[in-house]
Design a protein around this ligand. Structure first.
Ligand SMILES: Nc1ncnc2c1ncn2[C@@H]1O[C@H](COP(=O)(O)OP(=O)(O)OP(=O)(O)O)[C@@H](O)[C@H]1O
Ligand SMILES: [Mg+2]
Length: 264
């Protein structure tokens, strides 16, 4: 089966007046179809840059990158992936429903079908009652949930998420994590998920990719094997703590202190 993401020797250099920044160097990463992979590492190690390259929001300086065997541009045009970033990026003049419907509208899905899908998605993220509200009438966390609903609208086979739960309170965050695991199991979507939280990465992922900065490199890949316990109980299971420790040790093995990494 074709990998959802395949990066071979990917590098990214940003040039500016003050010189060149090697944001990424020699990135080799394969994400299988349906696999959940998290990227974790100190601030500035290139996590967002890598996600942006996969999303075709920027282009690599070196190396090769494919998404379902296509170029990132072809994958974007085929609507293979959905994106949810830290900033919700909602259109202020559109209601919650109209924001969620936007990608469907852009791709010519009919009115009735759009409405059904938007309703389904808003109920999924617990915002049924806010369908007719405008973004400024919602809290930051609620806006973020709208953005997540929108990213799922087209049932993408790959989700690219950059700290999507960063603005949420701890309880909502854990609920969204549980929801995301369920959504992925149901939809079979692969996910590349950027986070600063070790427990979040462990809870969600099949593999945690640990990165180190200057230049941004992959310093370790930690496979997550958890016990049979599923759902909320997992957070209190010994296998969960063991995996958290394994990721923490991999992070601290990086040459700089893991600044910006949340040990919650
Ligand atoms: N458009 C840009 N122009 C110049 N330099 C950039 C640009 N985008 C990112 N960089 C640099 O590339 C490096 C990696 O940035 P990136 O945003 O990918 O880090 P990150 O791992 O997502 O960090 P954080 O955890 O703080 O979000 C940083 O040194 C940053 O300054
Ligand atoms: Mg970032």
């Amino acid at each position: 089966m074709t990998n959802a993401v395949e990066a071979r020797g990917v590098g990214k250099v940003f040039s500016s007046r003050s010189g060149e920044v090697s944001a990424l160097e020699g990135i080799d990463l394969h994400v299988a179809a349906g696999e959940f992979v998290s990227l974790i590492g100190p601030s500035g190690c290139g996590k967002s840059t890598l996600l942006r390259l996969i999303a075709d929001l920027d282009t690599p300086t070196t190396g090769e990158l494919t998404v379902f065997g296509k170029t990132p541009q072809q994958a974007r045009e085929a609507q293979d992936y959905g994106i949810a970033f830290q900033q919700a990026g909602l259109l202020p003049w559109r209601t919650v429903t109209a924001n969620v419907e936007l990608p469907l509208e852009l791709h010519g899905v009919g009115k009735g079908e759009r409405a059904v899908r938007a309703k389904e998605l808003l109920s999924l993220v617990g915002l049924d009652e806010f369908a007719g509200h405008f973004p400024h009438q919602l809290s930051g966390g609620m806006q973020q949930r709208v953005a997540i609903a929108r990213s799922l609208a087209e049932r993408p086979s790959l989700l690219l998420m950059d700290e999507p739960f960063g603005a949420l309170d701890e309880m909502t965050r854990e609920r969204m994590q549980t929801e995301l695991v369920r959504i992925c199991a149901e939809s079979g979507a692969a996910v590349v998920f950027v986070t600063h939280s070790i427990p979040e990465a462990v809870f969600l992922s099949q593999r945690v990719v640990v990165m180190s900065p200057r230049p941004g490199r992959i310093s370790a890949v930690v496979p997550i094997t958890l016990g049979d316990v599923r759902g909320e109980g997992l957070r209190e299971d010994a296998s969960f703590f063991a995996a958290v420790t394994a990721v923490r040790e991999a992070l601290h093995g990086t040459p700089v202190t893991a600044r910006g990494v949340d040990l919650r």
